[in-house]
Design a protein around this ligand. Structure first.
Ligand SMILES: [Zn+2]
Length: 113
């Protein structure tokens, strides 16, 4: 499953960054055009974290709306799919400028006592 390997990659990156500290919360940003389903990530996350430094951590997911810019006239528009037609000049040459990626925005670790 696509989301499972993505989740595993996120967990590995967070474990590396935490350097042995327990992780309390992670915030992810997922683009609406990324074809990654936030619900699936949440499900995989909860399935993957027991027995890791992330055990019991909360996962917050923010979704980022898709946005495109026309290569012909420079007009920017919201996109619900990763392609589109410029509503100003009917060009099909749309560059996607937002909403495609997945970013680990932040993580909170439990401070050492
Ligand atoms: Zn245009």
């Amino acid at each position: 499953m696509h989301e499972l390997s993505i989740t595993q990659t996120i967990i590995d990156a967070v474990v590396d960054a935490a350097q042995g500290a327990a992780v309390r919360r992670i915030t992810l940003e997922i683009g609406e055009l990324s074809a990654i389903l936030p619900d699936s990530i949440q499900f995989c996350f909860e399935a993957c974290i027991p027995n890791t430094l992330l055990a019991g951590a909360d996962l917050d997911i923010l979704t980022v709306p898709g946005r495109g810019r026309c290569r012909n006239c420079g007009h920017e528009m919201p996109l619900e799919v990763p392609y589109g037609i410029c509503d100003q000049c009917d060009s099909l040459a749309i560059d996607i400028i937002a909403g495609q990626g997945l970013v680990i925005l932040s993580m909170e670790t439990v401070p050492c006592a």
